[in-house]
Each structure stands twice: as structure tokens, then as C-alpha cells.
Ligand binder design. Structure first.
Ligand code: MAN
Length: 353
């Protein structure tokens, strides 16, 4: 099936070999899922860098963060209590671990295509017990001069949403975990609505419910309430198993537009879109039935975890119609693509309620 994404000819823009590892003894396994923002006239990525030691025959090894620094755990591949059937997560003796440890790193670019690591900016690493397995997939929202960074915090306690804020990308204020486990894919709106902050997020409900997109509001961007479930998985469609918001929703004349990811039972990750009411974003007024982007290119089909396109960062271009998304392809590469908002609209199905 043909989708409506116009992929960059230069894809993949970034591969694991393009950056140095953060620590001796580790290798970058995946570069993926960047948060995106503009700052000082440049396009910036806050890219997820996933690392692990070089893998040796017969052993699975991965890093975790402890009070004293990075510790490497090694498990023989033939251990009876090991389940390593997913490239991303393993279970050993009943405990879940990630196979890689992620941090967030800043890259910038003058042309939106060639990215480099600027000097003098810190890398963002997990801190404390709730981030012992790393931090991932950051959304960046600029609200009244302050950047809000919402990211996935992972540890053996579970997966939740962490928040840090900054105005200069050198000093960060930590606000801890704002939405506890299991929750991820949190995108804050860049404008307050009727005096309140709004955010999309994705709790996972066990037994009853599922992996649905919710909306919440907050007086200060830190404490969230008034949660409502607004987008569910759809049986038989491309988003039948899980859905999650992409980057901060885009304000358009017709409503707030969210580009989101959906996965099916086969772990194929595609992108779609939905539109929320401008005054009351808990009202969804339209949604695409078809995906707007499907993994089709070699770099999207095979990699660390193939058949995946996943976005959590974009720039709306000055023409007001073009959205440049940056996305993770097969959980291994960073790529770029452009959409026309008008074309996305042509795929939206409006609900007549
Ligand atoms: C899923 C995937 C992984 C990620 C973990 C924890 O398994 O999205 O890439 O590392 O969740 O967030």
C-alpha cells in the first residue's frame, strides 16, 4: 500500500555508527525516536541512544544504572529461566530487563538533514531508581519560553513518564515521574487551553481496557488530572494492538492535529492521525482510517526491531502546511519525511455526532 509520507532521499539520516558511545565498553546498538525542536535558528534532535556491550557468543549482556554507576549484567543464553524471544526485552528468573540502556543526546543541524553533536551540551541520562533501565522517546514542547521534556522512564518498577524542563538546554530542572507505570507516549500541547495545560498520554490497562490514548489537564504542567480516554485500538485495522501519541499536537484551523503510532498483533508500527476540538481537545472530531505511513523501505523493514516507523518529533514548516517528521525506522535508524497537512486532512474521517 502506498502511503502519503515523502521520505528524505538521504534516509537514513543517522545510524548507530555515526556517534561515539557514551562509555568505554559500550556500543551504540540503536539511534532512534528523536524529540525535535527549534532553538537558536537550528533544528535540534534529542535522540534516543540505546547502548549495550559487544555481544559475545553464548552470553546476553546489557547495562543497567545503579547508585555507583553503570553495571553490566551477563546471562548465559542457555540459562533455563531466560526468555529472550523479543529483541528489546528479556525476562530472567521472572524479572524483566531491557536488552539496551538508553540515554538522550542533543544533535543539531542548519539544514534539517545533516546533524552533528554540538560542543558544550550535556547528555541526559537516567537518574535514580525509577530510571535505572534508562530514559527514552522524548517529546519536546515549548510553552511560554520553557521547553518541557516528557520521556519514558524505565526500571524494574515499571515504565512511566518523566519530566524535565529547561530554557537553555544546559541546565535542567527535574520534576520526577509525572505519570506512573504503566504509562508512556506523553505529549504536552504547546499552548494552554482555557488557562490549563493539556497532554496526551498512554497508560496501559491490564485485563480490562488496553493500550489507549488518554488526555489530561494540569494547572502547572507537572500535576495532571481530569483524565479521559480518547482514542482506542481498532480491531482488524493497522492499530489493533496499541496506539500512542507522537509529538506535541499541531494547532490547525480545524482543530488540534495529532500524528500517532499504532501497532497490530504482528508488531508492525504505522502512523495515523486524529483531530481534536480546538476548545475542548478531549473531543476527537476526526481520525484516519488508513495509516498515513507504513514501513516499506529496507531501513524500516529490517533492523534491530523491523517493520517499525515511530515518531515523537516534528517541525511545522513556515508554509503552515508541511510537517517534517523525524522518525525511528526499525528501532535502529533516524530518518526524516514530510507530510502535507492538507493531504492528511483528505484521509481524515469526520465523526457525525
Ligand atoms: C517497548 C519498546 C522498547 C522500549 C520498552 C520500554 O518494549 O518500545 O523499545 O525500550 O518498551 O519503554
Amino acid at each position: 500500500m502506498k502511503d502519503i509520507a515523502k521520505r528524505f532521499e538521504q534516509n537514513p539520516l543517522l545510524s548507530p555508527k555515526d556517534l561515539p558511545a557514551s562509555t568505554d565498553g559500550l556500543q551504540i546498538t540503536c539511534l532512534l525516536n528523536p524529540g525535535v525542536f527549534q532553538y537558536e535558528g537550528k533544528t535540534w534532535l534529542l535522540v534516543r541512544v540505546a547502548e549495550r556491550p559487544e555481544q559475545k557468543e553464548g552470553v546476553i549482556s546489557f547495562p543497567i544504572l545503579t547508585e555507583t554507576g553503570t553495571e553490566i549484567i551477563e546471562i548465559p543464553t542457555n540459562a533455563p529461566e531466560l526468555d529472550a524471544s523479543d529483541a528489546r526485552i528479556i525476562n530472567y528468573k521472572g524479572v524483566d530487563y531491557l536488552t539496551t540502556l538508553s540515554h538522550l543526546r542533543l544533535l543539531c543541524s542548519e539544514d534539517g538533514i545533516n546533524f552533528y553533536e554540538p560542543e558544550g551540551y550535556p547528555i541526559l541520562v537516567g537518574e535514580g531508581v525509577l530510571e535505572a533501565f534508562g530514559i527514552e522517546d522524548c517529546r519536546v514542547a515549548l510553552i511560554e519560553g520553557k521547553y518541557y521534556l516528557t520521556f519514558t522512564s524505565v526500571s524494574d518498577n515499571g515504565v512511566g513518564v518523566g519530566l524535565r524542563t529547561t530554557t537553555d538546554w544546559k541546565n535542567f530542572e527535574k520534576h520526577g515521574m509525572i505519570l506512573p507505570a504503566h504509562n508512556k507516549d506523553c505529549a504536552i500541547f504547546e499552548e494552554k487551553i482555557n488557562g490549563m495545560f493539556y497532554a496526551l498520554h498512554r497508560p496501559s490497562s491490564v485485563e480490562i481496557g488496553g493500550n489507549y490514548i488518554w488526555i489530561a489537564s494540569s494547572p502547572d504542567g507537572v500535576h495532571w488530572g481530569n483524565h479521559k480516554c480518547i482514542i482506542k485500538t481498532r480491531k482488524g485495522l493497522w492499530d489493533s494492538k496499541r496506539v500512542g501519541a507522537g509529538a506535541t499536537p499541531i494547532k490547525t484551523e480545524k482543530g488540534w492535529l495529532s500524528i500517532y503510532h499504532g501497532a497490530n498483533e504482528n508488531h508492525q508500527y504505522c502512523l495515523g492521525a486524529f483531530l481534536m476540538d480546538l476548545e475542548d481537545p478531549s473531543k476527537v472530531i476526526a481520525q484516519t482510517e488508513l495509516p498515513i505511513m507504513v514501513p516499506t523501505e529496507e531501513y524500516e523493514l529490517s533492523g534491530f526491531f523491523g517493520n517499525v516507523v515511530f515518531t515523537n518529533g516534528h517541525i511545522v514548516e513556515p508554509d503552515g502546511d508541511t510537517v517534517t517528521i523525524y522518525y525511528g525506522a526499525s528501532d535502529e535508524f533516524v530518518c526524516g519525511a514530510k507530510f502535507s497537512i492538507k493531504e492528511i486532512y483528505s484521509l481524515l474521517k469526520f465523526s457525525h455526532v
